[in-house]
Design a protein around this ligand. Structure first.
Ligand SMILES: Nc1nc2c(c(=O)[nH]1)N[C@H]1C(S)=C(S)[C@@H](COP(=O)(O)O)O[C@H]1N2
Ligand SMILES: [Mo]
Length: 310
């Protein structure tokens, strides 16, 4: 295959964000054939950049600067302030890494990270992400559709949910020495949510390996749900018959549900969810049902009362 390279880019002082944006511009000009042939920094990724979907919003969905994506977020294992993860996550050692696959599944095992991921090609997906606290970002992820990984692991017919667990190691994660949450951090999805094409096991962002503070070496991203569903630095994937217990629901059951679908109609008990502040902007914007992904995912919840199943 003929490789098509982006125009010359002085390499030393270019930021990941500039690199990403230039590559995107280049691709837009070069047409669809170039899309597939272009080498990404991680080598393997294929081009599947469905632009953040949703009605007529694409123009507004400029990726959030790399500095903000990696410098302002939640990862309580490294502290509760927004800049704690960036400052403190250097103690995490994302390699070597193993992921235990357990429960209702035909191929349970402890997988070396590469054995779990290598058969799959990362894709690039730019998603709007909305934190339950009212801020949002647009993040160009690199990852593997969870459905592909799940298909290869072969859940049994009894598997109705999948539970995802973060590393529990206070040596690497000093925030776990304080009991702000019941460690380890656990999240879960219903199987149809986990196998929805938008659901991603993320391994990178802005065309690069995932920074520790964003959940290296692998984490979940579910763009129609509040950010807390996206558990980071995963060490266990367990298929279950019962709905898994999830950390934030256990911490405050009337504030954080299992489903956690972005829903401007359902207030958090302590604040409204009608609007959000996109990091980098000043005026708040309206929050959209399912974070703007309703066309893709609303059918998963047909017949459910989403005020009760929040
Ligand atoms: N293990 C773990 N995963 C976590 C969190 C956390 O504290 N611990 N915070 C969640 C919350 S509330 C959000 S908004 C996102 C923020 O990180 P991101 O910007 O890298 O997605 O991570 C989620 N995943
Ligand atoms: Mo969040």
């Amino acid at each position: 295959m003929r490789l098509i390279r982006p125009p010359d880019i002085p390499s030393a002082d270019i930021t990941p964000e500039q690199l990403y944006l230039r590559r995107r511009e280049f691709l837009a000009g070069a047409g669809a054939a170039a899309w597939a042939a272009l080498p990404l920094p991680l080598g393997l990724a294929t081009r599947d950049a469905r632009p953040a979907a949703g009605k007529g919003r694409a123009a507004d969905d400029k990726p959030t600067p790399y500095e903000d994506v990696t410098g302002y977020n939640n990862f309580y294992e490294f502290g509760t302030a927004k800049d704690d993860p960036r400052r403190n996550a250097h103690t995490l050692r994302p390699r070597p890494w193993t992921v235990e696959v357990a429960g209702e599944v035909k191929r349970p095992a402890r997988y070396a990270l590469d054995d779990l991921l290598r058969p799959h090609r990362p894709v690039e997906r730019t998603y709007r992400m909305r934190c339950v606290e009212g801020w949002s970002m647009v993040i160009p992820w690199l990852g593997i559709p969870f459905r592909d990984i799940i298909a290869r692991l072969e859940p049994t017919s009894r598997a109705k949910y999948v539970e995802l667990t973060t590393l529990h190691d206070p040596q690497q994660m000093p925030g776990q020495r304080s009991r702000v949450l019941d460690w380890p951090y656990v999240e879960g999805l219903r199987m149809d949510e986990a196998t929805h094409p938008l659901t991603l096991i993320v391994t990178g962002l802005y065309g690069r390996a995932l920074p520790n503070q964003n959940g290296a070496p692998l984490r979940l991203a579910v763009p129609w749900k509040y950010g807390f569903k996206g558990a980071k630095s995963l060490v266990r994937i367990r298929f279950t018959e019962q709905q898994p217990r999830n950390t934030w629901n256990l911490a405050a059951p009337d504030e954080y549900g299992f489903y956690a679908n972005v829903n401007p109609e359902v207030d958090h008990p302590r604040w409204s969810q009608r609007t959000e502040r996109r990091i980098g902007e000043f005026r708040r914007r309206p929050t959209l049902p399912f974070n703007g992904y309703a066309d893709e995912v609303a059918s998963l919840y047909a017949g459910m009362d989403l005020r009760r199943n929040f």
